[in-house]
Ligand binder design. Structure first.
Ligand SMILES: O=C(O)CCC(=O)C(=O)O
Ligand SMILES: [Fe+2]
Length: 732
C-alpha cells in the first residue's frame, strides 16, 4: 500500500477518533462506573430541572428555587469542565502521530487507533474526575430547549416573587426577558418590579451575561464609534473579536467533548461499515463545530444570526484603527479581513490607501494578518472541504453558516445542483404571490365613524388585509394623550423611560390602561384623559372590526401607550431599527420564510392596529415587508389620528425605522377572536370605573386570582421541539 499523505491520515484517524471517543464516553457513562468520590462529582442537571418544575407546580417555592438554581449552576459547571477537558486533551496521544509518517497498511491503522484511544482515555479520565456518570449522559432536546430559551428564569421569576425575594425575582425576569424580548407580559412584570421600593436598579442584571459578553462589547464599540472616540472603538472592537473567538472555541469544545446520542443505527446514511459510520460521525462533529458560527452570531432573543459577524468586526476595527492613527494596525486588520474576502475591491483599495499613507509598504513588518484569524480561516476552510465532500459523496446534509466561503470549496456537482434548483425556483410563482391570509378577515368593509377616511387600502399598501385610516383622532385628543404619556413618565421615572427592548439606541416608555388608571387615582394623571385613552382604543376596535369584516367579536388582547425616543448622542450612522421586522402572532424566520405560531410569540393575536399620536420626530417610519424581512412593500409615516390596521399573521411582517430625534408616541392595539385570551387587565380597569374601584382592586390583589402562570405543558413535537408553554401575565 502506498504511503498516505498526512492530511488524509490525520483525517481518517480523526473520524475514527470521534467514533471511538463518543462511543466510549457513552458506554462508560451508561455502565455506572465512577471514579473518585461520588459526593464531590457534578450530578446530572436535567433531573434537577424536572424536580424544580414539579415543585413549582406544587407551589413548593423554596424547593423550586433550590432545584432550578442548582440545575443552572451545575449545567454551567459541566460546560466549563468539558471545555477544560477539551483543552487538557488537545495533545493527548499526539506522539503516536509521528509513526503515521513512516508506517503503512494495517500498522498505520493501529497507530491511528492508538492515538484515538489516548484521546478517548484522556477525555474520559478528565470528565470522570469531575462529573458523575449520570452527569455525562446526553440531555434531551427538551432540556436543551428550556436552557436555550432561558425558561428556567421564567419559572424563577414567579418563584422568587412568591417567596417575597423581589430583587432575585427582578433579576430572573430581566434575564428571561433579554432572551424573549417580545414577551410583553414579562416586560409588564419588569415595569412593576421597577416601581417597587425594595428593588434597586442593580437587580436588573442579566444572569447569563457572561455568555453574551461579545454583544455587550459590540454595542459599546458601536457607541464609541458613533461618538468618534476612535481609541476606545479600537479597544472595544479588538476585545469584541477576541471574545467572539473565545465563545466560538467554547462552543466548539462542547461539540467534541459533550456526550451525544449516537446517530440512529437505522438511518440509511448511518449504516455501512466502520469507516462509513465513522465518517458520518466525524461529519456530524464538523457540522456541529461549524454551527457555532451561527450560534455565536445570534443575539439572545433573535431568530436569525448576524451575517458575517467576524468579518464585520474586522471591518469596523480597521476603520477605527485608521481613524485613531494606527496605520500598521489598520493594515494588519485589513489583511486579516482579506483572508475572508481575498478579492474584495473595497478592502484592496483601502489596503493600498493605508500602505501609501504608511510610505508604500503593504507588507511592512508587524502587518501580517493576525495568527488567530489565519488559523480560524484555515481551519474553517478545511472543515468546509470535508463537509462538502461528505455532502457530495456520503449523503450528508450541511448548511454553510458563512457568506465568505469561496466558490471553489464547493464541488462543481453541488454547484450544478444548486444552479438547477435556483432556476427551477425562479420559474415558480413566489411564495408571496401564492400566500393567502387564513385569518378569516376580509378587508374592504365599512368605516363607521364620521370624519375617518381610508388613505390606503390593500392595493395601495401592496398586501393582504392592511389598511391606513386617517382622522381617527383630533389634534386635541392627540395632545391630551401625549400629555398623559409625559405625566405618567415624570410621575414614575425621571429618566424618561427605560432602554428599549429592541435597540440600545432608544428609550421606551409604556403605559397600560390599568397603570394609567392607578396613576390617576393617585392624582398624577387627569381622570378624563385616562378615559379618553380607553375610549380611543375602543374606537380603533370598532373601525378595524368593521373594515376587516371580522366574522366574530374582537376582544382586546393587549394595548399600551408607547413612546420611543433616541438615547442622546449616539445616533449617527445608526444601522438598527427602532422595532426589528417581525410578525405579531408568530416567530418569523426570514431565511426559511416560515413563521412559527408558538410561544413566545403572542399566538392568540389576530388583528393589529397602531394609532399614531404625533409626527414631530425624525425617523420612526412604519413599514411592511415580504417574508424575507428585507423587501419593503409599503411605508407609513406616522401622524396624529392615523391608524394602520392589519391582520396579525405572516402576511404582514412589519418594523419601524430608527427614531433619531424627538419622541414618537403611538397606541398599539392587538385584538383576539378568542374570548378567553382577552386582556384581563383592561377588564380590571373597566370594572374599577363601574364598581367601587379601590376595594375591588385590593381584594383581587390579595387573593392572587389570576396570578398563576397558565402553563400548557404539552410540547408539540411537530413544531421542531419548541415549547408551547406560555406564561400568562403575572399580576404583581
Ligand atoms: O409602533 C409601530 O409603528 C409598530 C409597533 C409594532 O409593530 C409592535 O409593537 O408590534
Ligand atoms: Fe408589531
Amino acid at each position: 500500500m502506498a504511503l498516505r499523505s498526512k492530511p488524509l491520515c490525520v483525517y481518517v484517524a480523526q473520524i475514527i477518533g470521534v467514533l471511538f471517543s463518543l462511543g466510549f464516553l457513552a458506554s462508560a457513562a451508561g455502565s455506572g462506573i465512577s471514579t473518585g468520590s461520588a459526593t464531590s462529582l457534578l450530578p446530572a442537571y436535567d433531573p434537577l430541572y424536572y424536580l424544580g418544575v414539579r415543585a413549582y407546580f406544587s407551589e413548593d417555592w423554596e424547593k423550586a428555587a433550590e432545584h432550578f438554581e442548582k440545575s443552572i449552576s451545575i449545567r454551567q459547571a459541566i460546560l466549563q469542565t468539558r471545555r477544560k477537558c477539551h483543552d487538557d486533551c488537545l495533545f493527548a496521544g499526539d506522539d503516536r502521530l509521528s509513526y503515521l509518517e513512516t508506517e503503512t497498511g494495517s500498522l498505520w491503522d493501529l497507530y491511528a487507533l492508538d492515538w484515538v484511544q489516548r484521546r478517548a482515555e484522556c477525555a474520559r479520565f478528565c470528565l470522570g474526575r469531575a462529573v458523575t456518570p449520570a452527569g455525562q449522559l446526553p440531555v434531551s432536546t427538551d432540556i436543551d430547549y428550556e436552557f436555550g430559551t432561558r425558561n428556567a428564569y421564567n419559572f424563577l421569576q414567579l418563584t422568587y416573587f412568591k417567596l417575597g425575594k423581589m430583587h432575585k425575582a427582578a433579576a430572573a425576569a430581566h434575564t428571561f426577558f433579554v432572551a424573549n424580548p417580545s414577551h410583553l407580559e414579562m416586560r409588564n412584570n419588569i415595569e412593576k418590579y421597577r416601581r417597587m421600593d425594595e428593588v434597586t436598579d442593580d437587580a436588573f442584571m442579566d444572569r447569563e451575561k457572561e455568555l453574551e459578553r461579545h454583544w455587550e462589547v459590540y454595542d459599546s464599540a458601536v457607541l464609541a464609534e458613533s461618538s468618534s472616540d476612535w481609541k476606545r472603538a479600537v479597544e472595544q472592537w479588538k476585545d469584541c473579536v477576541n471574545v467572539t473567538l473565545q465563545h466560538t472555541e467554547d462552543c466548539r469544545a462542547q461539540c467534541v467533548v459533550a456526550s451525544k446520542t449516537l446517530p440512529e443505527e437505522d438511518a440509511p446514511e448511518r449504516t455501512g461499515g466502520v469507516y462509513e459510520r465513522a465518517a458520518a460521525l466525524s461529519l456530524s462533529l464538523l457540522a456541529c463545530q461549524q454551527s457555532c458560527v451561527t450560534l455565536v452570531a445570534t443575539r439572545p432573543g433573535r431568530v436569525s444570526a448576524q451575517e458575517d459577524l467576524l468579518p464585520t468586526q474586522l471591518e469596523h476595527l480597521h476603520i477605527a484603527q485608521f481613524k485613531a492613527g494606527d496605520l500598521k494596525g489598520a493594515i494588519q486588520t485589513l489583511r486579516s479581513l482579506l483572508l475572508f474576502y481575498p478579492s474584495d475591491a473595497d478592502s484592496l483599495n483601502n489596503l493600498q490607501l493605508y500602505s501609501e499613507t504608511l510610505g508604500g509598504d503593504a507588507n511592512a513588518a508587524g502587518t501580517e494578518p493576525s495568527q488567530e484569524i489565519s488559523r480560524y480561516v484555515k481551519r474553517s476552510l478545511q472543515e468546509k472541504k470535508l463537509l462538502y465532500f461528505g455532502m457530495e459523496n456520503l449523503n450528508f446534509n450541511f448548511t454553510d453558516p458563512d457568506l465568505w466561503t469561496p466558490e471553489d470549496i464547493v464541488p462543481e456537482s453541488l454547484r450544478e445542483t444548486w444552479r438547477a434548483e435556483r432556476e427551477r425556483l425562479s420559474g415558480m410563482p413566489t411564495e408571496e404571490e401564492e400566500e393567502t391570509d387564513d385569518s378569516g378577515f376580509y378587508a374592504g368593509g365599512s368605516v363607521p365613524l364620521v370624519g375617518v377616511t381610508i388613505t390606503m387600502d390593500d392595493q395601495a399598501l401592496n398586501g393582504t388585509n392592511r389598511v391606513l385610516l386617517d382622522g381617527v383622532l383630533s389634534q386635541k385628543e392627540c395632545d391630551a394623550i401625549l400629555q398623559l404619556a409625559s405625566s405618567a413618565t415624570s410621575a414614575t421615572d425621571s429618566s424618561r423611560g427605560r432602554r428599549s427592548p429592541y435597540t440600545p439606541h432608544e428609550k421606551f416608555e409604556g403605559l397600560t390602561i390599568l397603570r394609567a388608571l392607578k396613576l390617576s387615582q393617585d392624582g398624577f394623571l387627569n381622570q378624563s384623559d385616562v378615559k379618553l385613552l380607553h375610549e380611543v382604543g375602543e374606537r380603533a376596535r370598532t373601525l378595524l372590526h368593521a373594515y376587516f369584516r371580522s366574522p366574530s367579536g374582537l376582544f382586546f388582547s393587549f394595548s399600551h401607550l408607547v413612546c420611543r425616543s433616541p438615547v442622546p448622542g449616539h445616533q449617527e450612522g445608526r444601522m438598527d431599527l427602532s422595532h426589528p421586522v417581525h410578525v405579531d402572532n408568530c416567530i418569523l424566520e426570514p431565511e426559511t420564510k416560515q413563521c412559527w405560531r408558538e410561544a413566545p410569540a403572542f399566538t392568540h393575536r389576530d388583528m393589529s392596529g397602531i394609532l399614531y399620536l404625533n409626527e414631530d420626530f425624525e425617523g420612526g417610519e412604519f413599514f411592511f415587508t415580504k417574508r424575507d424581512a428585507k423587501t419593503v412593500t409599503a411605508r407609513v409615516q406616522p401622524k396624529c389620528g392615523r391608524l394602520v390596521g392589519f391582520s396579525s399573521g405572516p402576511v404582514n411582517p412589519h418594523g419601524v425605522t430608527a427614531v433619531t430625534s424627538g419622541r414618537r408616541c403611538a397606541l398599539p392595539v392587538w385584538f383576539t377572536k378568542e374570548h378567553h385570551h382577552r386582556d384581563m387587565e383592561r377588564e380590571e380597569a373597566e370594572a374599577l370605573w363601574t364598581a367601587d374601584g379601590q376595594s375591588v382592586l385590593k381584594e383581587e390583589k390579595k387573593d392572587g386570582e389570576g396570578a398563576q402562570p397558565a402553563a400548557r405543558t404539552g410540547r408539540s413535537q411537530a413544531s421542531r421541539g419548541r415549547s408551547q408553554r406560555e406564561i400568562r401575565r403575572e399580576e404583581l
